[in-house]
Design a protein around this ligand. Structure first.
Ligand code: PRP
Length: 211
């Protein structure tokens, strides 16, 4: 039997995934060693392999077949636009993609003039402003601390993830519009879905049973 390979999003999503898999009887003892710098972990008995990657790289590993299965946020799936099957909502990592800004930016959003939008998700922002709102927007790509942008005058609004809302509150910003709800998803390589159909379907059913 060949290894079934999982690409996990490093950090909280990976820990949550392993917790969920444990409930179905899938464990990976090697991964529990918090001090380890290893990137690949194996369960020999079940012929499973797990590796940890940066979120935006997970869909890439899955599309190219370097991983059969990926666990990644819906935000990343939308942003990366890779060819893969999204097979399951895992129900954790719940948050929302929103357009946020200072209250006075509401007027700009309701008008039809140019608006400057800072974001880590340029494709999601473009799709939202151009295709859904039919509004001209100047999309500015940033890599983090997006809330800074409207405060220091780089942009009018941001397109970003809101989880508890505390980053917004503590910086005098608010949710102006919701783009879409987000959560962790399981994605599958298109060839693996055919070649490993039985193993993958069994896994999905076992996960559904414990969710
Ligand atoms: C994310 C997101 C917001 C914040 C939202 O940033 O970009 O800044 O979390 O969470 P909250 O609603 O619970 O406050 P992250 O912590 O991933 O860091 P980043 O600034 O590097 O994007």
């Amino acid at each position: 039997m060949r290894y079934l390979t999982f690409a996990l999003t490093k950090g909280r999503l990976a820990s949550k995934t392993m917790e969920l898999l444990e409930k179905t009887g899938i464990t990976c003892e090697e991964m529990k060693d918090k001090g380890t710098r290893r990137l690949i972990f194996v369960n020999e008995e079940l012929k499973l392999r797990f590796f940890l990657a940066k979120g935006p790289d997970v869909p890439t590993y899955v599309e190219y077949g370097a991983a059969d299965i990926g666990i990644v946020g819906k935000d990343t799936i939308l942003e990366e636009g890779r060819k893969l099957y999204e097979v399951m909502d895992l129900g954790f990592g719940l948050c929302r993609m929103c357009i946020c800004g200072p209250p006075e930016a509401r007027e700009l959003l309701n008008g039809h003039g140019q608006i400057r939008v800072a974001t880590k998700y340029p494709n999601i922002a473009k799709d939202y402003f151009f295709n859904r709102r039919h509004q001209t927007a100047d999309i500015i790509k940033l890599n983090g601390s997006i809330e800074l942008a409207p405060i220091v005058g780089l942009s009018d609004v941001i397109c970003d993830i809101v989880e508890t809302g505390s980053t917004l509150r503590e910086n005098g910003l608010e949710v102006l519009e919701e783009v879409c709800p987000l959560s962790a998803r399981m994605v599958v390589n298109q060839v693996s879905m055919k070649m490993e159909d039985e193993r993958i379907r069994r896994l999905i059913n076992e996960l559904k049973a414990v969710l």
